[in-house]
Design a binder for this molecule. Structure first.
Ligand SMILES: Cc1ncc(COP(=O)(O)O)c(C=O)c1O
Length: 374
């Protein structure tokens, strides 16, 4: 049996990992500024995380939602406290697409409307509604095509107002910082406008925080930089530091009832233990603050480099736009300098490291990056 082709593969096999360092099967060390696509939030194989998961596995790894799982309540309480959204409700699932799928569905259950406003270059996942709200026709199968999604230009307040006049909008879904789209930061003014229009028209503001959330931006949710609350936040990637878990938190103005949403695996014992370990480490090691400090330092230094066209981002979610003739730099960083980074088409290097990245590791990257550019 051969494997389905999922992603462009680098010819590297990782066999060991610790913090922001990984090693391949030949013992070669790499600096990881990619975190398996923004997933490694507290660092690889963090001792507290390994201990908590190992302990849980020795007790009970899984049981479905047909029994009490006190770990879920502990997770909800900790998440409420750290995110500052203590009066929200938590629904647990297994991935980012699933989180957005449930968010869009719940919004429609809530207000009985159908139209979804999404934005150019958005990525919300690959399941039916999530992919329909993703601005990439290549990954939308004919069966996913729907008239229920309207794509608007990024940051266009007039287009947003017009859409609310023209359609019965059920929800507006927006990444606080577009990831796949190339690290585009939503301005506070635009997010505030979404809040106002959603309030005026009984529509739900859905903050896709799958990639930009969980402390990465220097605040728990990147949308928090705008000083307004969304109605639903979707989360996944950093939530389990590699253990598959996703979720949505739901504003108290929603009255979700039994039967609207459901899941077999969501909220299982091991997933909750992983998510609790992540939050405990985020809190104990002040990783949200660290993401803000080290991220600002990196962006400041990157902006001084003349060959760089533009630096975008917040905290440790950084996009470095290069001119076309430097498109090869990312591969050189990996194969020559042994540094993993991410990419966004056409020429953006995406930095999505662990929130525990140190200034020394940031300097290591800056030295290699400058050497390569020169
Ligand atoms: C902003 C955003 N939303 C949703 C998703 C989908 O998450 P998953 O791959 O866990 O389904 C992603 C994945 O890259 C993402 O970046």
């Amino acid at each position: 049996m051969i494997l389905f082709d999922v992603y462009p593969v680098n010819d590297i096999t990782i066999t060991k990992a610790e913090g922001s360092t990984v090693w391949d099967d030949k013992g070669q060390e790499y600096l990881d500024l990619y975190g398996g696509h923004a997933v490694i939030s507290i660092g690889h194989t963090h001792p507290h995380y390994v201990q908590r998961l190992t302990d849980q596995l020795g007790k009970v790894g899984f049981y479905s939602n047909s029994i009490h799982i006190p770990l879920q309540q502990q997770l909800a309480e900790k998440l409420g406290k750290i995110s500052g959204k203590e009066d929200y409700q938590l629904f647990l699932c297994n991935s980012g697409a699933e989180a957005n799928e449930n968010a869009l569905k719940l919004a429609s259950f809530h207000n009985g409307k159908k139209k979804i406003v999404a934005f150019k270059k958005a990525f919300h996942g690959r399941t039916s509604l999530a992919v329909a709200a993703t601005d990439n026709p290549k990954i939308v199968a004919p069966v996913n095509e729907t008239d229920n999604v309207v794509f608007l230009p990024w940051e266009d307040q007039a287009a947003l107002e017009a859409a609310f006049k023209q359609h019965e909008v059920s929800s507006v879904i927006i990444e606080g910082i577009q990831g796949v789209g190339g690290i585009n930061v939503a301005s506070p003014a635009f997010l505030q406008k979404i809040r106002t229009l959603c309030d005026e028209h009984n529509a739900a503001f859905i903050a896709d925080s799958v990639q930009c959330g969980y402390g990465r931006s220097g605040k728990f949710f990147s949308h928090d930089h705008a000083g307004v609350n969304a109605d639903i936040y979707s989360m996944a990637k950093g939530m389990g530091n590699g253990f598959p878990i996703g979720g949505i938190i739901i504003s108290p103005k929603f009255k979700p009832v039994y039967g609207m949403l459901g899941t077999t695996f969501g909220g299982n014992h091991l997933a909750c233990a992983a998510a609790l370990a992540v939050l405990e480490v985020i809190e104990k090691e002040s990783l949200i603050e660290n993401a803000g400090v080290v991220g600002s330092y990196l962006m400041e230094e990157l902006r001084k480099i003349p060959q760089v066209k533009e630096v975008r981002g917040r905290g440790l979610m950084i996009g470095i736009e290069l001119p076309e003739e430097l498109a090869h730099v990312r591969k050189e960083l990996l194969f020559k300098h042994k540094i993993f980074t991410g990419e966004a088409k056409p020429n953006v290097i995406r930095l999505l490291p662990s929130l525990a990245l140190t200034k020394a590791q940031a300097d290591h990257f800056l030295t290699a990056f400058k050497a390569e550019l020169n």
